[in-house]
Ligand binder design. Structure first.
Ligand code: FES
Length: 636
């Protein structure tokens, strides 16, 4: 038995392979993953590899023997003569006849790691829940009485070693037509090597999945190519349930007070999600039916509403969810308009107020893989905190209120075009400069910059700058001894003008008022109390790293957040913003099923702390309402 040394690059896997075996067989023996959707039948072209130093190998060696087999007709048809002349071959067609070094291009590698292009997306190994397999099925004839499905499942067993597969009813219903339209050539989509969920005529390689983050305020979707890992389209829009109340409690209350409440909330949610899916699909030139897998994250209330589970017990002590475990459901059963047989994976929740969105943040940020003590702060309408490292993780939820999202602020708005996102106040003249979302220049650099309101990062800047200039004191009260046109002393309350009417697009001055500062104090007090109590529980008096998750964190000025005491003081260098980490966790779980398992394990490992039961909660909260004094800030 003659053997030859075969080396695969870039993995470096090598070994002796029996002469005559295909490169695909060699790869299997040496543990190198090579793409294939036709099971090695020279039909899909996915197993393309490159022979290093091709001509030297293909030409006869000194003894007149070639080191690889000649290209087959199918290879020439699928790859083209030019590619073959450049050393590209099909692994399933090319036989090993001598020593070889083979490059496996990234698109041919199974489980390749995708390094994403954006700062907030993490690298992930592609290991999706679905895979496509191409089959050429023997035609039926009189005397051979097998059904279409039996014919397909036999072929799946013969070619891919897949036994005991089930089939989705919808896929089964399309099978006869797909087989006959494709002249008995079909591509089946397989979920978790267990169930056929879709059948298409001929060779159909495109495989897309969607990760959805259902927030109380915002719905976000990421459409991903499941073969390359690339995010091909992303969309966000307001959660239409806002018309039933801004926070989770008002949504839960609606389901309690109205018999049709849950139905109404679900119906507007699904209408919006399906429109979002339509926009995502058209953005990528595919149809919704091409989406063959989905992952969902959301806080516990959104999670329950999505799953049609009564959320009422989340709203009162002891805040018990109906379900904590992850769940797999069929898209058709929900009315989610993607491939009807597609699986929808809902990530697990931790506790009453710490949902699947927080679990997603944790699997994206991975504090459980680090030695350093990490504090993850996810600020949305509610604040969720996770503290820990590889030894231990604890979490808590705190009622920050919607002020950080620009809500309940007199001229507050979401971070949309025209919202003031950065503010500077001259501590002597009290002159104000500001920058709005969608513009790179400050208003004093370009008089065309007009404001329409203030978003969360703007109100944080305003608070820090008002404190620095001594316009408000550490207890949050305006200094009424200041005489300046920007200080408006009304009957009801004091206000400070951030933008004069001619600097706005809304026909009136934009101000920060006493109530706005109070809302900020309540939000920051809740967040800081949560962080302090978690640190005490963990037995630490400082953290090594602070991660700000959520779009809120992307825009805030770290120094200003620290100067107003939003969270425990750390060096600004160790504060990181990650954008929508919940959406990122959903994307990772979509692309790699190991992340789904990781989410299930982590959700059970995180210890949830009910802050209101902590003996010093009230005392800590009152203390945390106070802003740091200018002396404290200076001495840091
Ligand atoms: S595996 Fe399909 S062509 Fe080689």
């Amino acid at each position: 038995m003659t053997e030859h040394l075969v080396v695969f690059q870039p993995s470096g896997n090598r070994g002796n392979i029996q002469e005559g075996k295909t490169i695909m067989e060699a790869a299997r023996e040496l543990g190198v993953g090579i793409q294939s959707i036709c099971g090695g039948h020279q039909a899909c072209g996915k197993c393309k590899i490159k022979i290093q130093d091709y001509h030297a190998y293909y030409e006869s060696n000194k003894k007149g023997k070639k080191r690889i087999s000649a290209p087959t007709e199918k290879e020439i048809e699928l790859l083209g003569e030019d590619a073959i002349a450049n050393g590209y071959r099909l692994a399933c067609a090319t036989q090993v006849l001598g020593d070889l070094t083979i490059d496996v291009p990234p698109e041919t590698q199974v489980n390749q790691e995708v390094i994403t292009k954006t700062a907030t997306q993490k690298a992930v190994t592609i290991k999706p829940a679905v895979k496509k397999l191409y089959l050429e099925v023997p035609q039926p004839r009189l005397g051979a009485s097998q059904g279409d499905w039996e014919r397909v499942s036999e072929e799946l067993k013969k070619r891919f070693g897949l036994a005991d597969l089930s089939v989705d009813h919808g896929a089964l219903a399309t099978l006869p037509k797909a087989l006959r339209d494709g002249n008995w050539k079909v591509t089946v989509t397989l979920f978790m090597e267990k169930k056929v969920i879709k059948v298409e005529s001929g060779l159909a390689e495109a495989a897309f999945g969607v990760a959805l983050d259902i927030g109380t305020t915002t719905l976000a979707g990421y459409l991903c190519d499941l073969t390359t890992g690339e995010t091909v389209a992303s969309e966000a829009r307001s959660n239409p349930q806002i018309s039933y109340g801004e926070d989770v409690i008002s949504r839960i209350t609606h389901t309690v007070h109205s018999k049709k409440g849950l139905k109404e909330l679900r119906s507007c949610l699904f209408e919006s999600l399906n429109k979002l899916l339509k926009d995502l699909s058209s953005g990528a030139n595919i149809t919704r039916k091409d989406i063959i897998d989905a992952t969902i994250v959301g806080n516990t209330a959104m999670h329950h509403i999505f799953l049609n589970l009564d959320p009422r017990h989340l709203g009162s002590s002891p805040f018990t969810p109906v379900l904590q475990s992850p769940m797999d459901m069929n898209a058709r059963d929900f009315g989610l308009e993607i491939c009807p047989g597609a699986n929808v994976h809902i990530l697990p929740v931790e506790a009453g107020f710490v949902g699947a969105d927080n679990v997603a943040v944790v699997i994206a940020e991975e504090p459980f893989k680090q030695d350093e003590m990490m504090l993850v702060i996810d600020v949305g309408t509610n604040g969720e905190l996770v503290l820990g490292n590889r030894e231990k993780l604890i979490s808590a939820s705190c009622a920050t209120g919607p002020a950080f999202e620009g809500a309940h602020i007199k001229f507050g708005m979401r971070a949309a075009r025209g919202a003031i996102e950065s503010i500077k106040i001259d501590p002597k003249s009290y002159d104000v400069r500001f920058k709005v979302v969608g513009e790179n220049r400050w208003n004093d650099q370009d008089p065309q910059v007009k404001a329409t309101g203030i978003c969360g990062s703007g109100i944080i800047d305003a608070t820090a700058e008002l404190l620095r200039a001594g316009i408000i004191n550490p207890r949050g009260a305006f200094n009424k001894n200041i005489s300046n046109p920007r200080m408006l002393y009304n009957e009801k309350e004091t206000e400070f003008v951030i933008a004069w009417v001619d600097e706005t697009d809304v026909g009136h001055d934009i101000t920060v008022c006493q109530n706005d500062i109070r809302s900020m104090q309540l939000g920051k007090g809740a967040l800081l109390t949560g962080a302090n109590l978690l640190m005490r529980q963990m037995g630490v008096d400082s953290v090594d790293k602070v991660v700000l998750a959520g779009s809120f964190g992307l825009h805030i000025d770290k120094q200003n957040a620290l100067d107003m005491g939003l969270f425990p003081y750390v060096d600004p260098e160790v504060v990181y913003s990650t954008g929508n980490a919940a959406g990122e966790g959903a994307r990772l779980a979509l692309l790699n099923t190991d992340k789904r398992q990781e989410a299930a394990d982590i959700a059970r490992r995180i210890e949830y702390i009910e802050l209101s039961l902590e003996p010093d909660f009230q005392k800590e909260f009152v203390q945390a309402l106070i802003f740091p004094t200018p002396q404290e800030v200076k001495s840091r």
